[in-house]
Design a protein around this ligand. Structure first.
Ligand code: ZN
Length: 284
């Protein structure tokens, strides 16, 4: 399958590194919010997540959501940092985006959804059901800002659970089953629970035969899956399930040990983003 992929950034937040990785420094570190543009020969332009948008600031103006902005200071230049603007710079208009695959419903992944009027949204229904009715403190705890979702989200949603579950190629072990999102074997979704309910991870292979595994927030820094290092215990407060988080990270660690040539892409790892943004430019 001749897929092409490009990784772009839509804003970033800052945090002490020791929060996201247990043996990290207490120094404030910038964590980019990465999204991927996947160009499919038949289905056209597909996004994996949509980054921050300036709506984050509107949605976090008042309490309790103000706490969200205070605990994860977001850096976002309006509008140049938005996914829609970054895509336009690549010659792609918002209306051309047919599908957006949503890893999970945290604000730094769904912030840009409202900018794409023709997109259908692909996600796990379990992820959507877990947040769709949350408001106030319970929404804040789940990192969910309901104003970032289009009002007709449910009509535009395609749920992964309704697609065919297939056996994955052995190169993706220990992940053995995945969901064939487009029915052609090109984009294979797996569940990566723990950070958020129904978090979606995506396997695919590009035109150069390079395998990718987009793991969203299953960990923040690649060193975490490479060396199997958990984040600071305080992150339990925002995780949907600590045990599932550990199990998911352990599985990704095993995949890395078995097949280190697969490019495993966490959304917020600065090192990975720096490598990718220079490396894949040749495609476009
Ligand atoms: Zn998240």
């Amino acid at each position: 399958m001749s897929l092409k992929v490009k990784f772009l950034e839509a804003g970033y937040c800052t945090h002490p590194e020791a929060i996201v990785i247990r043996d990290g420094r207490w120094k404030n570190t910038a964590f980019p919010s990465l999204f991927a543009l996947i160009v499919h020969p038949q289905y056209g332009n597909i996004l994996f997540d949509a980054g921050y948008s300036e709506r984050f600031f509107q949605e976090t103006k008042h309490f309790p959501f103000r706490l969200y902005a205070l605990t994860t200071p977001v850096h976002f230049k309006k509008p140049e940092d938005s996914a829609v603007y970054k895509l336009r710079k690549q010659g792609i208009e918002a209306a051309e985006i047919k599908y957006i695959i949503i890893s999970h419903f945290h604000a730094d992944h769904i912030g840009g959804l409202l900018d794409f009027p023709n997109a259908q949204f692909i996600c796990f229904n379990s992820a959507y059901q877990a947040v769709k009715n949350l408001r106030g403190i319970s929404a804040l705890k789940a990192g969910f800002l309901s104003g970032l979702l289009p009002t007709n989200f449910a009509e535009r949603a395609i749920f992964a659970e309704d697609k065919l579950m297939i056996s994955l190629p052995s190169k993706y072990a220990p992940f053995d089953k995945g969901i064939d999102l487009l029915g052609d074997g090109s984009l294979l979704a797996v569940e990566l629970p723990g950070h958020a309910t129904g978090q979606l991870g995506l396997f695919f292979c590009d035109a150069d035969n390079q395998d990718y595994f987009l793991i969203a927030d299953a960990c923040w820094l690649s060193r975490a899956y490479q060396e199997f290092v958990l984040p600071h215990p305080i992150t339990k407060l925002i995780f949907s399930n600590q045990q599932e988080y550990t199990d998911t990270l352990s599985k990704i660690h095993q995949l890395y040990k078995l097949n280190s040539y697969i490019k495993i892409i966490p959304t917020h790892c600065p090192n990975v983003f720096n490598q990718l943004s220079t490396q894949v430019n040749c495609y476009f």
